[in-house]
Design a protein around this ligand. Structure first.
Ligand code: DX5
Ligand code: ZN
Length: 221
């Protein structure tokens, strides 16, 4: 696989101390920090937008913000997120009225210098990622819960999609997100995921450093 990357989801953090929570996870060994942006349309909830990302970036300039955009209009937020310091931009294929237009969004993301990623929700088959699309992105995100909130139960039936995509795209980063923790990371890693998002399992951990190390060991096994 490509190298292991751990991306703690700030959805499980204390939003009142967001910057120090981000710094804390970096100090514990996280390469990336997963910023869950929700717009109240693609998903029912609203979390944060570019102004909040910009504040975090100002306080923690060396943060790699892995922006998971749960938004109805993925193209609209590309430039604002890049200007706010986003380094990776993940949009949902389900958000596009015409999935064939996905490559335009990918090109727009790349034009800002950010990494581009496309996400599939639990009900979306891996075949929604065409060969051309998968080969144009830096990362694929296989959701292992229905997007919208943290602390949900891992949906194991999503794992075969990771294996399918890993076979088709040996070099692309494959991220899993939702209900991933010490008990569920193993099957994701075995299927070929190398980028692990975890909210509750990291922000709620007594020793996040050892959980991060355990995740990395499972990917490298
Ligand atoms: C769900 C979000 C996830 C979620 C992960 O909509 O995309 O990033 O917060 O949190 P846990 O690990 O607690 O499921
Ligand atoms: Zn997420």
């Amino acid at each position: 696989h490509p190298r292991p990357i751990i991306s703690p989801s700030v959805l499980a953090s204390d939003f009142g101390q967001l910057s120090s929570e981000v710094q804390r996870m970096m100090d514990e060994g996280a390469e990336w920090v997963h910023m869950d942006v929700m717009d109240g349309h693609f998903v029912p909830n609203i979390t944060m937008g570019p102004p909040v990302l910009a504040s975090v970036y100002k306080t923690v300039p060396n943060v790699f913000m892995d922006c998971h955009m749960m938004v109805a209009d993925p193209a609209a937020w590309v430039k604002p997120v890049a200007e706010a310091g986003g380094k990776s931009y993940t949009f949902h294929i389900e958000a596009l009225t015409d999935p064939a237009k996905a490559h335009e969004v990918v090109e727009l993301i790349h034009s800002t210098g950010m990494r581009a990623a496309v996400a599939i929700s639990p009900d979306t088959p891996s075949s929604a990622i065409t060969d051309a699309l998968g080969n144009s992105v830096d990362m694929l995100l296989v959701m292992t819960v229905v997007p919208g909130k943290g602390g949900q139960k891992f949906i194991a039936s999503c794992v075969p999609k990771v294996a399918e995509l890993r076979t088709r795209f040996p070099k692309v980063d494959i991220q899993v997100d939702g209900g991933v923790g010490p008990g569920t990371v193993g099957c994701c890693a075995k299927a070929g995921s190398n980028v692990i998002v975890a909210g509750t399992a990291l922000f709620g951990a007594e020793n996040p450093k050892s959980v991060i190390q355990d995740f990395k060991d499972k990917i490298e096994e």
